[in-house]
Ligand binder design. Sequence first.
Ligand code: FAD
Length: 366
Amino acid sequence: MSRTVLVVGAGIAGLAAARALGRHGLEYRVVERRPHPSTAGLGLNLPGNAVAALAVLGAADDVRAAGVPVARREYRTAGGRLLFDVDEARFWSGTAGSICVRHQVVLDALTAGVSVDHAVAVASLEQQADGSVNVLFADGSEDRVDFVVAADGVHSTVRSALAPATPRPSLMTAASWRFITANPGVDCWTAWTGRGCTFLLIPVAPGEVYAYASSSQGVDIATLAHAYAAFPEPVTRAVAQALAAPVPPYHSPVEEVRIPTWHHGRVTLVGDAAHATGPVWAQGAAMAMEDAIILADLLAETDDWSTVGSLWEQVRRPRVEHVQRATDQLSRLARLPSWLSHPVAPLMGPRAYRATYEPLRILKKT
Ligand SMILES: Cc1cc2nc3c(=O)[nH]c(=O)nc-3n(C[C@H](O)[C@H](O)[C@H](O)COP(=O)(O)OP(=O)(O)OC[C@H]3O[C@@H](n4cnc5c(N)ncnc54)[C@H](O)[C@@H]3O)c2cc1C
């Protein structure tokens, strides 16, 4: 009997779901409300488990070819003093190494071979007594499918239809600036932290860096220059370049979703729709792709799809909650005054890195 899965959203989670379903020969339809493929112009830091998930999905080669390996991290004060560093290449050796790459490269790699129906937005859905799901689209049309993978992001329409929950601001920062610019002279992942501000630069392509700056000061672009004016030269140079560029830096809220259940009957929320988490440990793409891989495995293995959401959540919740806890811990540490956090950082920082990533090195399927 042929059964169809509807995938809502063609971000990383939805495209990963499509690829993962395709690996098992399962039939799917991907709908995306945007009229055209994305042209996301930002960067993504992909720790080793994200690259490993891309490899499972057959999409790692293009990402490796376009991105820059993240071999070392340096955590510095706002004045430039090194607090501690992490030999990231060594930590992830034996698995896939970490990479920083343009977001668009990841979307393109996951899209290859996947057909997406653009300009199709899900408006609501209803589970039927026979186990199928009736889906209503914004243009008034309807579809009946056997399973729904809701990968429609932090403001998920599907989540709102099932169990409304308002995203909350991330503990680390409620908003951020992001941009890609010419490399101002960093050779590795480098973060500078001081008085409620964090500025991160990561080489993302030859001659280019991806910049992320926390922003609690407001959306006016002048606040970006003001907040980081006293930071070391790579930061001030990157900011000056960004302010002179034709496309202004991208300002957006940083929101989180923490909800008690990620499945309702034959509808399962994945990626940011289920558990958007502040990018403190850069696990958004990894968790989204892992969600997709495990869910597709279960759909392929199990005849009774009414049980799959619950089986899937049992596997995924401990790992995602580990990331959420680690995110909260580092966010609280970062909010301490520097006279308290900086003396303990050389000891606590490397420990927190290992404690966060060690359990993520291998993707557990049960
Ligand atoms: C400031 C910031 C920095 C980040 N940095 C990193 C990082 O360095 N590394 C990392 O791994 N992660 C990072 N993330 C998180 C990461 O980008 C996401 O977790 C990841 O992209 C997964 O997103 P998604 O596919 O679940 O959702 P989205 O990317 O939001 O995709 C959802 C898709 O669904 C579509 N859609 C929405 N509603 C409907 C509807 N009703 N019908 C049809 N389609 C719909 C949308 O148009 C969209 O294309 C960061 C996030 C933020 C906010």
